[in-house]
Design a protein around this ligand. Structure first.
Ligand code: FEO
Length: 395
């Protein structure tokens, strides 16, 4: 069911409480998500984005309760990814001639997804669409986070339809930022930024500066996932500028993979040393095989330094830590320092391999790391504590 946001704008999306993973298994969604679609009724009627394909039928049926589909003058596809375009094929079967406004990349990607020759109208930054008392202005947001991504700004109502940007995978029936739990909201917002937008941080900063330079009045940021920012919407813009600027808190995070707990005991010893050396720093430990990978990435995003540990197995490192290190390389964290540790029985390659993977991820490795033979005894644990102390001095 839709709800009215203003006299002219109605939310017509889908709240997906059940969703537990997104982008296949790549992104965990502990708190569900929503696919936000917006219906604008001015002298012209406009639909902005749709929903993911499994909800297409429900979406079109609900939309028919809001508007006669034949009355829709324009469809705007801010982004071609299937979570927003998935209901287009069903919708456009009913209104095949309606113009679909999107970027040139958007048209190319939509054609590649659905193999349909819809009535595409390609737009660029600054192009406008007069729909009556209000005007829609398009702003390309290339690589935020796909080549086709676009924002649409509605004058008069002062709403920025930002698609993925400023979103969160967060299901709530209370669809505004001032009505939900702030800790939950910001946890989901930072997780979304850390996991999806970090690789594009330089572009985030430039795009926000560009949009701010237009000096547009802003009453709402209507994203395509999660809540709508209506109470001080600039707060999330300011957060994005902070997060995009090599963000870090006073936190050190240790992640480890362990076969028989020897590497885990090393992690605990190192963590103790860090805390003894610096009582103010927040130290967190995660067993990478037992912890959600996107939650770990979020903690690494917040950290000024990280330590990665793994036992040696088959002359290599354990699989969960290998997967995480590959994610780190892809995400491209900047301005973080790191070190490696691990227990071994005979060949002992893990620490060197972790160092290599960290360096490949362009993370500064502060020393050669710490290896412990078999299960650490008291002396070895004391060495771990001392290593933790020294690590603090090196970062
Ligand atoms: Fe929410 Fe990039 O799709």
């Amino acid at each position: 069911m839709g709800f009215k946001m203003t006299d002219k704008v109605t939310w017509v999306g889908k709240i997906d409480w059940e969703l537990r993973s997104f982008h296949g298994p790549e992104y965990s969604t502990h708190r569900g998500s929503s696919y936000n679609s917006y219906l604008i009724r001015d002298e012209k009627t406009v639909l902005i984005d749709t929903v993911w394909e499994p909800f297409a039928e429900e979406f079109v049926e609900n939309l028919k309760k809001e508007v006669d589909l034949e009355d829709i003058d324009y469809v705007i596809a801010n982004h071609a990814e299937v979570d927003h375009s998935g209901a287009l094929p069903l919708l456009l079967k009913e209104i095949p001639d309606v113009p679909v406004y999107c970027t040139a990349n958007g048209a190319r990607i939509l054609k590649a997804h659905y193999h349909e020759d819809w009535n595409f109208v390609e737009v660029k930054t600054g192009d406008t669409l007069d729909i009556g008392e209000t005007t829609l202005t398009f702003v390309e947001a290339r690589m935020l986070h796909w080549p086709d991504s676009m924002f649409t700004y509605m004058s008069g109502e002062n709403i920025l339809f930002s698609n993925d940007a400023f979103g969160q995978h967060y299901a709530s029936e209370r669809m505004y930022n001032d009505l939900v739990d702030q800790a939950e909201l910001y946890q989901e917002a930072i997780k979304y930024y850390a996991n999806i937008l970090t690789p594009f941080s330089a572009l985030v900063t430039n795009k926000i500066k560009e949009v701010l330079s237009f000096e547009l009045p802003l009453d709402m940021i209507a994203t395509s996932h999660g809540i709508i920012w209506r109470d001080n919407p600039v707060q999330i813009v300011e957060k994005y500028l902070e997060w995009a600027d090599n963000y870090q808190e006073n936190q050190i995070t240790l992640v480890y993979d362990t076969m028989w707990d020897a590497t885990k005991r090393m992690a605990e010893g190192i963590a103790k040393g860090i805390q003894l050396e610096d009582e103010d720093v927040v130290v967190k430990l995660y067993n990478v095989a037992k912890t959600d990978k996107n939650d770990i990435v979020t903690e690494l995003f917040k950290s000024k330094a990280i330590l990665v540990g793994s036992s040696t197995v088959n002359k290599s490192i354990m699989s969960a830590s290998a997967g995480l290190l590959d994610m780190i390389r892809g995400i491209g964290f900047k301005n973080k320092k790191a070190a490696a540790f691990g227990s071994y029985g005979w060949s002992g390659e893990s620490v060197d391999l972790i160092n290599e993977k960290l360096r490949n991820a362009k993370i500064e490795v502060v020393d050669e790391g710490l290896k412990t033979l078999w299960n650490p005894d008291e002396d070895a644990i004391a060495e771990c504590v001392e290593y933790g102390r020294e690590f603090v001095k090196k970062i």
